[in-house]
Design a protein around this ligand. Sequence first.
Ligand code: SF4
Length: 201
Amino acid sequence: MKEAYENFTYEIGGNLYINLTSRCTNACTFCVRNEKADYFGHKLWLAREPAAEEVTARLPEDISRYNEYVFCGFGEPTLRLGTLLEVAAFIKRRGGVTRLNTNGQANMIAGRDVTGELFGKVDKINVSLNEATAEDYVRLCRPAYGAAAFDGLQDFAQKCARRGIDTWFSVVDVIGAQKVELCREIAARCGVALKVRPYIG
Ligand code: SF4
């Protein structure tokens, strides 16, 4: 049994991270959720999911104190879309910068296109592409939606970019140069950037 906490926000490198859920539609083989209730020393496994007011109550009076407010955490933030939008709108009204780190399955989760709702509230969206083909994605991320998740996340990223949200795919360099090249082609087709992160063991 994992220990559970109420750390709805945590700070890393000048950004404030917002942790809305421990649930996810993926079950990635590499996910830190499999291992421990700890990430960069923060206890992130949530005992319960916060309401928007509980998160906004933890934001600083001076919103410029953090460079970015990042919806991230142990789970998939868009599973809490309503709360995410409420908190993001609150931050935007105060002049803060918002970012969403996501598996890109928001439209599949909601059963509709939610990118119009994100526009204006979320400034930046980092979609984890992780792999170069649907087959490899399924093997690595074990999505509840199966192979359709890989197309779904590309469609989501493309729609976000078309709305004018600063959107990019991320992959880890450990997949190798050949796959990175394929990911670059996918990103180009979707009209988004590709960020290649170094592997941190
Ligand atoms: S998408 Fe993220 S939170 Fe979800 S299982 Fe994968 S690594 Fe974990």
